[in-house]
Write a protein that binds this ligand. Structure first.
Ligand code: NAD
Length: 256
């Protein structure tokens, strides 16, 4: 359904971004992968996705903590029909001890990057009369947890930015929405399971259910395929009138 569309996914050489890129490619979109590294394996990853799904796929290095890099990514890709702002980092600390450089980095990568890429991508979308901006926010875009001040502030900001962009382009064939995942089983999260098992002296299933997913009523992780599927839905004609809103994929977290 997305044949001929060009999708740029920021922060997509691992985890959710990679899962979203694969699902968009499966739906027929040409994809541009991104992260701040420029290693042979980054380019090889794009080639593999392109070959497996018979789409054009490439990798463009750009550092989403830098506004100029964000805008250059869109330019180097030659614009896009679908923009997925996914790059993000986390740091946990009480506010009164929060390192200023960590605060600045989280706001830059998790929030300001979406401003810069969207600003650079919108003129092309307006010219074509079609576009999709999908921001990967978080359950923490709708609720808070202690010690995640920068992340929660940035993700709430992403939700607000999504609504504003939606209003500015309403009726022009362009939509903008935020996807709000709960805990997603990414390699990063998977890597924490053995340590948690040791610390709590629990088996894998118990540590997942009782410790990691204590705020996720389903007691099941969301998967990167499910986040990718949600993005594909937002890019489909069924979602033409879905704009300026959030879609939670969080096993019931934000219903509590
Ligand atoms: P991840 O660490 O696997 O992926 C983050 C991606 O961003 C990587 O590809 C990384 O290379 C890239 N990145 C980091 N800094 C960058 C920079 N300066 N420039 C360009 N790229 C950069 O983590 P993930 O879990 O896949 O997270 C992806 C997004 O989903 C983030 O925005 C995160 O906040 C959000 N999210 C994740 C979860 C979860 O449970 N995993 C839940 C809710 C929201």
């Amino acid at each position: 359904i997305l044949k001929g569309k060009i999708a740029i996914i920021t922060g997509s050489n691992s985890g959710i971004g990679l899962g979203v890129a694969i699902e968009l490619a499966r739906a027929g979109a040409d994809v541009v992968l991104n992260s701040f590294t420029d290693r042979p394996e980054d380019h090889a990853l794009a080639e593999k996705i392109g070959a497996e799904h018979a789409v054009s796929a490439r990798y463009i290095a750009a550092d989403m903590s830098k506004g100029d890099d964000c805008r250059a990514l869109i330019e180097k890709a030659g614009g896009c029909d679908i923009l997925v702002n996914n790059a993000g980092i986390q740091f946990v600390s009480p506010i009164d001890e929060f390192p200023v450089e960590k605060w600045n980095a989280i706001i830059a990568i998790n929030l300001s990057s979406a401003f810069h890429t969207t600003a650079a991508a919108l003129p092309g979308m307006k010219a074509k009369g079609w576009g999709r901006v999908v921001n990967i926010a978080s359950a923490h875009g709708l609720t808070a947890s202690p010690f995640k001040g920068a992340y929660v502030a940035a993700k709430h900001g992403v939700v607000g930015l999504s609504k504003t962009v939606a209003l500015e382009v309403a009726g022009k064939g362009i939509t903008c929405n935020a996807v709000c995942p709960g805990y997603v089983l990414t390699p990063l999260v998977e890597a924490q399971i053995p340590d948690q098992m040791k610390v709590h002296n629990m088996d894998r299933e118990t540590v997942i259910r009782e410790v990691m997913l204590d705020r996720q009523p389903s007691r099941q992780f969301a998967t990167v395929e499910q986040i990718g599927g949600t993005v594909v839905y937002l890019c489909s004609p069924a979602a033409d009138q879905v704009t300026g809103t959030t879609i939670s994929v969080d096993g019931g977290w934000t219903a509590m």
